[in-house]
Write a protein that binds this ligand. Structure first.
Ligand code: ZN
Length: 173
């Protein structure tokens, strides 16, 4: 499913909500609790990137578990990314990455399944604690970040001493 140039123009200029894939809407992919920030995509390419995330990542995971996925964060405009202290090169800013969870399924288990069964850009298990299924979240991108190989798997943890985020290679669950 792809949008025509006219449809993309309507979406961007008229803030028209659309389904990006059978189970995911553009509204879901741009939602933020920071309602003071206009997080609507200003470029058609971002909408197309978000659609690729829905079609290639979210629908595949949803089909595996047959449960609704809660999207924590899809697109972030630069102002929103700054507000939430996102990385300066965050793939959320191009609509290439999505953070999500599934109620009742451990985020570590979801990441292990994605790693073993899917094609993706980069997969990060974020701030997960074994034994606490709903701790943390899954970050996944459809294409690799610039300078990275596709299929990179990382685990993000808070360094107890410095309070900074560390990225460990592979899944640590
Ligand atoms: Zn993320």
């Amino acid at each position: 499913m792809s949008f025509t140039a006219q449809e993309l123009d309507d979406i961007v200029t008229r803030r028209k909500n659309v389904q990006l894939s059978p189970h995911f809407s553009l509204n879901e992919m741009v939602a933020t609790s920071h309602t003071e920030i206009n997080n609507w995509p200003q470029e058609a390419e971002i909408v197309q990137n978000l659609q690729r995330c829905c079609e290639t990542l979210l629908e595949t995971v949803r089909a595996r578990y047959n449960k609704p996925i809660h999207v924590n964060s899809g697109y972030r405009c630069p102002a929103l990314n700054t507000k939430v202290h996102g990385s300066a090169t965050s793939q959320h800013m191009t609509g290439d990455a999505v953070d999500f969870e599934i109620a009742g399924i451990a985020n570590g288990d979801i990441c292990a399944w994605i790693r073993d069964n899917m094609t993706f850009g980069q997969l990060i298990l974020e701030f997960y604690t074994l034994g606490q299924p709903s701790s943390g979240w899954v970050h996944c991108s459809a294409v690799p970040p610039p300078g990275h190989k596709a299929g990179e798997v990382l685990t993000a943890v808070k360094d107890a001493a410095t309070g900074k985020t560390k990225y460990l290679p592979g899944l640590h669950v």
